[in-house]
Ligand binder design. Structure first.
Ligand code: PLP
Length: 396
């Protein structure tokens, strides 16, 4: 038999946790594993701006005809506006080309496969630690994955010297995966000075930055969070960007993101983009329309855009509030260890420093689910579940 030799794959470290959470019958269970925003009531509702855009689409949509390989044209232009800002030279000089993709994951996969098939770049450097799916995506596409140091456990802070030291070992043509903002899982981002240094090392050593930009607006704001990307794009001639609207538009299951290539000149951008389209055609032919139409409808309409920005700000501020409350509640529960670093981290996640055993005890004894690395999705904390979570952490 052909299939009888197929072995059982291990459960996905993050989505497998959600399956275990769903199967748990304890009423007080809390899921702080997967990176999904929850409001104060513990829900992940559809944004109001999204609902309004969908109402418009229901009225105006005339066809379900295929999109082009690159997706919704208007969408690809608004994506570039969010990435590079208005009046960007990169856009006006036509050095950037964007294709809609099924989520940030789809965009990363297309970017990786484009590199493998069309360039000499065969090695990608990812931060240690990084999002659990990066290695999986890049290796499946045929890249060799290496790690650069990023995090110092003793200080709960970044280890920038080590990062530079490791990147200085990279060879010309190697790819460097950079988290645009809200680094997953640590929540620790580079400062602008550090971004400039990374840009310089990429330029000097001819390394290709690949930005994974999944949390724009969850750190300090839409433009603020793009400063790292824009700093690097101002220095290096070529880069790739995989961005996602799963989190900042709450469009998780619509699978909406984009892959953008920035090249030295228009001709090179056009050529690269033709190969990106070839990669897409071979994978899923063309993207689903709904998510791209929602995002482009919102961003093209001043009123809806304003409403979306307000909703995004609310999400960002609620997470920031939970960070502070988390630190204070742990202290109030008598936890002696200093957790103040949690309020200095950005985005949905916090690298708590809890070890595998403590994570297992939280799950088995208290029905609190967090990823084995100790990463906590702060966006899943609410005023309601906070006391139980902090009491449990105090006990383990
Ligand atoms: N990149 C990072 C760093 C992420 O955290 C995620 C989602 O958790 C993604 C990419 C993938 O996003 P999407 O759900 O849009 O595929």
């Amino acid at each position: 038999m052909i299939f009888s030799d197929v072995t059982l794959a291990p459960a996905d470290p993050i989505l497998g946790l959600t399956d275990a959470f769903k199967a748990d019958t304890r009423a007080h269970k809390v899921n702080l594993g997967v990176g999904i925003y929850k409001d104060e009531a513990g829900q992940t509702p559809v944004l109001k701006s999204v609902k309004k855009a969908e109402a418009i689409l229901l009225e105006t949509e005339m066809t379900k005809n295929y999109l082009g390989i690159e997706g919704v044209q208007a969408y690809n232009l608004v994506v570039q506006g969010l990435l590079f800002g208005e009046n960007s030279h990169i856009v006006s000089e036509k050095r950037a080309a964007t294709a809609q993709a099924p989520g940030g994951t789809g965009a990363l996969r297309v970017a990786a496969e484009f590199l493998v098939r069309n360039t000499q770049s065969s090695t990608i450097w990812v931060s240690n630690p990084t999002w659990a799916n990066h290695q999986n995506i890049f290796e499946t596409a045929g890249l060799t994955v290496k790690e650069y140091r990023y995090y110092k456990a003793e200080t709960h802070d970044m280890d920038f010297d080590a990062m530079l030291a490791d990147l200085s070992q990279a060879q010309a043509g190697d790819v460097v995966l950079l988290h645009g903002c809200c680094h997953n899982p640590t929540g620790i981002d580079l400062s602008l000075t550090q971004w400039a240094q990374v840009a310089q090392i990429c330029l000097d050593k001819q390394l290709l930055p690949l930005f994974d930009f999944a949390y724009q607006g969850f750190g300090a704001g839409i433009d603020e969070d793009a400063q790292g990307l824009r700093t690097v794009a101002a220095v290096v001639p070529e880069l790739l960007i995989a961005n996602s609207f799963s989190k900042n538009f709450g469009l998780y299951n619509e699978r909406i993101g984009a892959v953008t290539v920035v090249a030295e000149d228009e001709k090179s951008a056009t050529n690269s983009f033709s190969q990106i389209k070839k990669t897409i055609r071979a994978n899923y032919s063309n993207p689903p329309a709904h998510g791209g139409l929602i995002v482009s409808t919102i961003l093209a309409n001043a009123e809806l855009r304003q409403e979306w920005e307000t909703e995004l700000t609310e999400m960002r501020l609620r997470i920031a509030e939970m960070r502070t409350l988390f630190v204070n509640s742990l202290k109030a529960e008598g936890v002696e260890q200093d957790f103040s670093f949690i309020s200095r981290q950005n985005g949905m996640f916090s690298f708590s420093g809890l070890d595998k055993q403590q994570v297992a005890r939280l799950r088995d004894e208290f029905a609190i689910y967090i990823v084995g690395s100790g990463r906590i999705s702060v966006a899943g904390l609410t005023k309601n579940n906070m006391p139980a979570v902090c009491k449990a952490i105090a006990q383990v």
